[in-house]
Write a protein that binds this ligand. Structure first.
Ligand SMILES: Nc1ncnc2c1ncn2[C@@H]1O[C@H](COP(=O)(O)OP(=O)(O)OP(=O)(O)O)[C@@H](O)[C@H]1O
Ligand code: SF4
Ligand SMILES: [Mg+2]
Length: 362
């Protein structure tokens, strides 16, 4: 998506954890366990790039997003913005960082207050950050934002119910841009939209990225959506990233069994390629985040699991057998028995990959 992606980190996340306590008792509440929604997530977002985060429902994607924009406090771990740990900040310093990391939400129907006009919705962030737009300038700024996202500036006094789903998501995006952030965390921004509208909103995000030099963390549960917009992709399972790399590395050379299973379910338009593709059906359901399996958390559904998988937690690192190669399989994968497997026929000819950096690269 981003041709101007650089190797300069803008967000660095390490050991990020969010455990929600599970309590019992009415008078004396006692903690009896925890929902391990996010359980040790590491990634780097570089300036100007789009990092896609993909995983099944409940794997912790939205919880990561909420911690990045400070809607949730991490239980443990570090979030660095331009090198500074921002997890412990408060007051003015926190507000300054929040201004630069904004979120676009999944559901354009419920995320906009139905009783506020579009002008008030988009301009609301200026109430918290009046330094960005003094009161007299706000109307003009909001109209400019409407124009930027492809809506008629004259709609400023209308209410959300007067817009279609795609238009509402444009309003959500305009609101996300109001404070001129550097990072946008987009949590499934097109999942609630019709397929025909999805492409328009993705094209808009693409254009805005170059226009405003934005870095995106783009969350989706569908690997096929993320492919067309991401420079790199991280695959999440039960609170952790299990594989991360450039998009061609993940789509054409996946080494983690979970990624391979997800890819085997991606729609393939070419019927001949669809015939040749191997379908991997995973056994069982995703375990509860209150009771995560020992060792590799994917082992209860993995067709390759061995004794070692129950005993040792696999680290998210370039697997030893690929460490000396510079090929596309040499990217971080949390599997003791990582093996390259091409599940989907490649889409792009070799040499036409996207931005040239990865978590495993210097
Ligand atoms: N406030 C909370 N209290 C307790 N558990 C929570 C809370 N918020 C989320 N969870 C649990 O944490 C886990 C991760 O939730 P999260 O919303 O981050 O998943 P997700 O990957 O975004 O899923 P989806 O694709 O459905 O949006 C789920 O099991 C969810 O039930
Ligand atoms: S570590 Fe074992 S259980 Fe986990 S993904 Fe690899 S082979 Fe499967
Ligand atoms: Mg979610």
């Amino acid at each position: 998506m981003a041709s101007s992606a650089s190797a300069e980190p803008i967000l660095e996340v390490s050991g990020l954890v969010k455990h929600y306590p599970l309590t019992q008792g009415i008078l004396f509440r006692k903690q009896v366990g925890a929902v391990k929604a996010v359980d040790g997530v590491d990634f780097t977002l570089h300036r100007g790039e789009t990092l896609g985060i993909v995983g099944e429902s409940g794997c912790g994607k939205s919880t990561v997003a909420k911690m990045l924009v400070n809607l949730e406090k991490p239980t443990a771990g570090e979030i660095r913005y331009k090198g500074e740990d921002v997890t412990g900040l408060s007051g003015k310093a926190l507000r300054a960082v929040r201004r630069n990391i904004q979120m676009v939400f999944q559901d354009p129907y419920t995320s906009l207050n139905p009783r506020m006009t579009v002008g008030d919705i988009i301009g609301e962030p200026y109430e918290i950050h009046p330094e960005v737009a003094p009161k007299g300038d706000r109307r003009k700024k909001v109209q400019d934002l409407l124009d930027v996202v492809g809506l008629n500036p004259e709609y400023i006094n209308r209410y959300p119910h007067q817009f279609s789903g795609g238009q509402r998501q444009r309003i959500g995006i305009a609101r996300g841009l109001a404070l001129r952030p550097e990072v946008i965390v987009a949590d499934e921004p097109v999942s609630a939209l019709d397929v025909s509208v999805q492409a328009q909103v993705i094209n808009l995000l693409d254009r805005l990225q170059s226009e405003f030099e934005l870095s995106y963390l783009f969350i989706a549960h569908d690997l096929s959506i993320v492919r067309h917009i991401s420079d790199r992709v991280g695959v999440m399972y039960l609170g952790r990233i299990v594989e991360i790399g450039r998009d061609a590395e993940i789509y054409d050379h996946p080494t983690h069994p979970y990624t391979q299973a997800l890819l085997s379910a991606v729609p393939v338009p070419d019927p001949e390629a669809r015939e040749r593709r191997e379908r991997i059906i995973l056994a069982g359901d995703v375990p509860s985040p209150t009771n995560i399996p020992s060792g590799c958390r994917f082992r209860t559904r993995c067709w390759k699991a061995e004794e070692r998988c129950a005993l040792e937690v696999p680290a998210l690192a370039v697997p030893a057998e690929f460490r000396l190669s510079i090929g596309p399989a040499a990217h971080p994968s949390a599997c003791h028995f990582a093996e390259e497997k091409q599940v989907v026929p490649p889409e792009e000819p070799p040499g036409q990959t996207r931005a040239d950096h990865g978590d495993g690269a210097p």
